[in-house]
Design a protein around this ligand. Structure first.
Ligand code: GLU
Length: 372
């Protein structure tokens, strides 16, 4: 029988770590000792060259303590106010524990629109990309203070999955107060069995997740499963692990009880599938030189464009056609149709002079393109 091996944090290239509120904050406030242990683990991963993004809850839990808002469910305006007060403390706490390890932190607050709208999605992706290339560890949370009901994720499990997709992470770890998925609720059913690995999210698996729990954290197993669906479809493995232990990432690596959801393919392949399935909003015709460049895996520069057809906005899908009009592939374009028409045929160095602002060198970046 084939044995499926569990993913290992040591093999990850890009990791997203989601930290639940209950791990960070208790009735006495911020759990500093625990946070220091987490920072040691994160610094260790960074030192081994891995890109790390932390998605952290806790702003509302911290803020409500500071404001003395009690323990019941808060009305939306009060939780938004609590988030505003708590978020600065949360960001400072990460800076204080990671700084001594020489790790620079960055605060990134997003709303659902930042990942749903393609232009903003590409922007968020580019910023996170830059932050990671500069060696920082971005600390991401939902921008609870401005996110109204229609534009909120509402829970950080799904936000973390979306961030993992956005940056093409290969592993996502959800640290919370549960150590994985069980066949039934282990608190009420003594026959409940823990599942160390889920190869496919079947309806049976979904039925095991039950309903969200209440308390400090918004997510339950249900939101974790939704997150897992998003992550694995994008080629990212996802672990649900107990975060309460000291040095929780080291514990996970040494085999602490958890559930790993296995990915479908790898992140690049999943992203290309996603782009490949989009309906193009226009066509970019390119010259023979550009055809060769694209076929050897390069980005599409404005210099190679001979003609532009259609109306499209930034971040929208367009088809790429060669001199013989045959379609070569598809990609997400980084300029509007109007801008693209102005810079077509020009060198990337001329973009600023033509448009009046410095734009990106490529019209379509190779990571946003499928050829063939
Ligand atoms: N964004 C919320 C906070 O920082 C938490 C959402 C969640 O726990 O899933 O307090």
């Amino acid at each position: 029988m084939d044995t499926v091996s569990l993913p290992d944090l040591g093999n990850a290239t890009r990791l997203v770590i989601k930290i639940g509120s209950a791990l960070l904050v208790d009735q006495d406030g911020l759990r500093e000792g625990w946070l220091q242990g987490l920072a040691q683990d994160v610094a260790g991963l960074r030192a081994r060259g891995k890109g790390v993004v932390i998605v952290s809850s806790g702003s509302i839990a911290l803020g409500r303590r500071v404001l003395g808002l009690g323990t019941g469910t808060l009305p939306l305006e009060q939780s938004q106010a609590a988030a505003a007060v708590g978020q600065i403390r949360l960001a400072r706490a990460y800076e204080q524990v990671l700084g001594p390890h020489g790790v620079i932190t960055a605060q990134v607050l997003v709303t659902l629109e930042d990942t749903a709208d393609r232009r903003r999605y590409l922007n968020a992706r580019a910023t996170l990309e830059t932050l990671m290339s500069l060696g920082t560890v971005p600390i991401v949370n939902e921008n609870d203070t401005v996110a109204t009901d229609e534009i909120r994720f509402g829970d950080n499990d799904r936000l973390a999955a979306q961030i993992a997709v956005t940056i093409g992470a290969d592993q996502l770890v959800l640290l919370s107060d549960v150590d994985g998925l069980y066949t039934a609720n282990p608190k009420t059913d003594s026959s409940a069995r823990h599942l160390p690995i889920v190869e496919h999210i079947t309806p049976e698996i979904e039925a095991m997740a039950g309903d969200p729990v209440s308390g400090l954290s918004k997510g339950g197993m249900k939101t974790k499963l939704l997150a897992a669906k998003t992550a694995v479809a994008a080629g990212c493995a996802l672990a649900v692990a107990d975060g309460f232990v000291n040095r929780p990432l080291s514990a996970l690596q040494s085999g602490a009880r958890s559930t790993w959801f296995l990915p479908e393919g790898d992140p690049q392949a999943a992203r290309k599938r996603w782009i490949g399935a989009m309906k193009p909003r226009g066509e970019l015709f390119v010259d023979a030189g550009a055809v060769m460049a694209l076929q050897s895996g390069k980005s599409l520069l404005p210099a190679g464009i001979t003609k532009i057809v259609g109306r499209f906005g930034r971040g929208e899908p367009v088809a790429i056609a060669g001199p013989d009009r045959a379609i070569l592939g598809k990609g997400l374009v980084r300029y509007t149709a109007e801008e693209a028409r102005q810079i077509a045929g020009h060198r990337s160095g001329e973009i600023e002079a033509i448009l009046g602002y410095p734009g990106r060198a490529a019209l379509i970046h190779r990571d946003d393109m499928v050829i063939g």
